[in-house]
Design a protein around this ligand. Structure first.
Ligand SMILES: [Zn+2]
Length: 222
């Protein structure tokens, strides 16, 4: 738990990190991994409130588990699209890596499209607590969504931030030249806690250093 009603979940596969924000009436699930039913079970141990899901972006590891949460609304940036090839590419990759169970899970994932989209900013009222969705332009992907929980100064950054280091797949289909500007806008939220898309929760100093690394040429880690 990061703060009252704000949780981060670490997943062994790819060191993925997902999130949960609980209001008085409803809760918000931030990203759903392959094997979404495991996250569903974890969340149901914490709260019985109805949920919505938000996608930080469209990469398979962040959005392939949503069918376990249906029926529910699913938020994403208006540019969100599933990459039609990604499912087959990752299934093959897991099979090649000797992980047939993951390969099958990826192949059999039912992709759930967003039902609610936004352009730059959206507020979600969870009852007694409002979360803010931000899009700071393309960076890690073309549809990065940052989720701010203002009452706890917490930000879920998706893969705009990975901690302690960017993983190999980080530099795929976004716009690296605009990534530092997106991080600058994230830092302007002045968060105390930044939850990355992969790895352990960190702080704004780390994000500032990661931004410098990106500007320096994305060749090493902070
Ligand atoms: Zn990603």
């Amino acid at each position: 738990m990061i703060a009252a009603g704000v949780h981060a979940f670490r997943h062994e596969e790819l060191d993925l990190t997902t999130g949960l924000v609980i209001g008085d009436d409803t809760c918000l699930v931030i990203d759903t991994p392959v094997h979404g039913e495991e996250l569903r079970r974890q969340i149901r141990k914490i709260t019985a409130k109805p949920w919505q899901v938000v996608y930080t972006h469209n990469h398979f590891d962040h959005c392939y588990g949503t069918s376990a949460f249906l029926p529910c609304d699913v938020w994403a940036h208006e540019n969100f699209r599933f990459d039609q090839e990604e499912q087959a590419v990752w299934a093959r990759r897991y099979r090649d890596e000797g992980k047939p169970e993951m390969a099958t899970a990826v192949e059999e994932s039912e992709l759930v499209a967003p039902t609610k989209t936004f352009a730059e900013r959206a507020e979600i009222d969870l009852g007694g607590r409002t979360v803010v969705l931000h899009h700071f332009g393309p960076g890690h992907s073309f549809c990065d969504t940052v989720i701010e929980v203002p009452d706890t100064a917490t930000v879920f950054a998706g893969d705009l931030v990975e901690h302690p280091a960017f993983i190999e797949e980080s530099f795929g289909d976004g716009d690296i030249t605009q990534w530092p500007a997106a991080l600058e806008r994230l830092l302007a939220l002045n968060p105390d806690v930044v939850v990355p898309g992969h790895g352990s929760p960190t702080d704004k100093d780390f994000v500032a250093r990661a931004r410098e690394v990106l500007i320096a040429g994305w060749t090493s880690t902070p």
